[in-house]
Design a protein around this ligand. Structure first.
Ligand code: APR
Ligand code: PHB
Length: 390
């Protein structure tokens, strides 16, 4: 098979790029390791910044997102029994975020790829990029017992943190920056009315907690847990009790509990690989960088990569201009690092660090006190949370 752009990974990054390129008449193929059911079975975050939502609309995938997603003009920070609202709209000149689950967004992208006859190959085993520094790179993979090959102009590594793309770049050509946090998030999804129509990020000495939602009948809650904990250590009852302890009393009193329909633990990690290009292989999304979920930046950082790549590839094929492709890594990384900084800052301010000395704890309390008392600090938080411009 022959195509222009070979995309490894059928997550939000790969599918969104595929859809945008297709609409510009740029032929592409997506190779996904797992089945569609598997991809759509993953519960991930659900806060979209404006730029992401715009890109979904441009990709002609915005209808259900606009109908069912919720516009949130603020969220709350709880600590020491009280709750303060961060007014995103007031601090950003009317900006907001859209609460719409990544799972639903991925489903919309698959539906769009199907209806336009896009080529998305599932269960592609042993995907491997070859000759990526040559002008004629190609991909090989297996479907069952059959070996396949796709020749292309460019390879996009959109295969997530554990994918093959980043690993196929020679060690000496890549620099990795990583910070591993000494805790994880235990997440629970339940068919219950959310405790608050807006998100609540709670700092508590027992550990961080987050009240989030997918809709007004579907709640998503998280608590910080030690890395040594397993899901089996947390029966539903224990989870709800611990969540209540970490919330202000009035909020805990309102909490509607119910059986969990999904429960998982995710470790927190910050990671960036530089550069995001090697020859004709371009990395995008989780394949190149990940953030702890505290600032809701993960999916949004992937979206900005796709925005830059999409425009760079369109310029290449439509105008014969390569400045976008040549500048991709530098441009994408500039924004990626700002998202890294913001996620690290939110994480550091709101979590309990097992090894923190008394001085660290005082500074952490002061950071939060300053934020909640300063118009300038609140504006900075809001500006980052709704998403910096592309
Ligand atoms: N070959 C083919 N596909 C692969 C391979 C491989 N070797 N390895 C992984 N994949 C697939 C995964 O199965 C997955 O469906 O690549 C896809 C990558 O998707 P995500 O991990 O969701 O990454 P991405 O598309 O960049 O999405 C952005 O940012 O913070 C996160 O939650 C956010 O998952 C979201 C991500
Ligand atoms: C979620 O709803 O899953 C969610 C929301 C906000 C975050 C992280 C996760 O910061």
């Amino acid at each position: 098979m022959k195509t222009k752009v070979g995309i490894i990974g059928g997550g939000p990054s790969g599918l969104l790029l595929s859809q945008l390129l297709h609409l510009r008449g740029i032929d592409n193929v997506v190779l996904e390791k797992h089945s569609r059911e598997h991809v759509l079975g993953r519960i991930r975050a659900g806060v979209l910044e404006h730029g992401f939502a715009e890109l979904m609309r441009e990709a002609q995938c915005g209808a259900r997102m606009d109908a069912e997603g919720e516009i949130h003009e603020g969220f709350h920070i709880a600590h020491d029994g009280i709750r303060s609202r961060v007014d995103l709209a007031a601090h950003t000149g009317g900006n907001s975020v859209l609460v719409y689950g990544q799972t639903e967004l991925t489903r919309d992208l698959y539906d769009a790829r199907d209806s336009m006859g896009g080529t998305v190959i599932h269960d592609a085993a042993d995907v491997q990029p070859h000759d990526i520094t040559s002008p004629r790179p190609y991909l090989t993979y297996r479907l069952g017992d059959e070996a396949h090959r796709i020749d292309c102009d460019y390879v996009i590594g959109a295969d997530g943190f554990h994918g093959v793309s980043r690993r196929s770049i020679p060690r000496g050509a890549l620099r990795e920056f990583e910070k591993v946090y000494p805790f994880g998030w235990l997440g629970v999804l339940s068919r219950t009315r959310p405790v608050s129509p807006e998100l609540i990020y709670a700092r508590h000495e027992r550990g961080f907690a987050l009240c989030s939602l997918r809709s007004q009948v579907l709640s998503r809650y998280y608590i910080q847990v030690p890395l040594s904990d397993a899901v089996e250590d947390w029966p539903d009852e224990a989870f709800w009790e611990e969540l209540k302890r970490r919330l202000p009393e009035d909020v805990a009193g309102e909490l509607v509990t119910g059986p969990s329909i999904e429960k998982s633990i995710a470790p927190l990690r910050s990671f960036v690989a530089e550069p995001m290009r090697h020859g004709n292989l371009f990395l995008a999304g989780d394949a190149a960088h990940i953030v702890p979920p505290t600032g809701a930046r993960g999916l949004n950082s992937a979206a900005s990569d796709i925005y830059y790549l999409y425009h760079a590839l369109a310029d290449h094929y439509e105008k014969g201009e390569d400045a976008g492709l040549d500048g991709y890594s530098q441009k994408a990384l500039a924004r990626v690092w700002k998202a890294q900084r913001f996620s690290w800052w939110m994480t550091t301010m709101l979590h309990t660090f097992p090894d923190a000395i008394a001085y660290d704890q005082k500074l952490q309390q002061t950071e939060l006190a300053y934020l909640l008392s300063s118009e300038a600090a609140m504006r900075s938080l809001a500006e980052n949370y709704v998403g910096l411009p592309f």
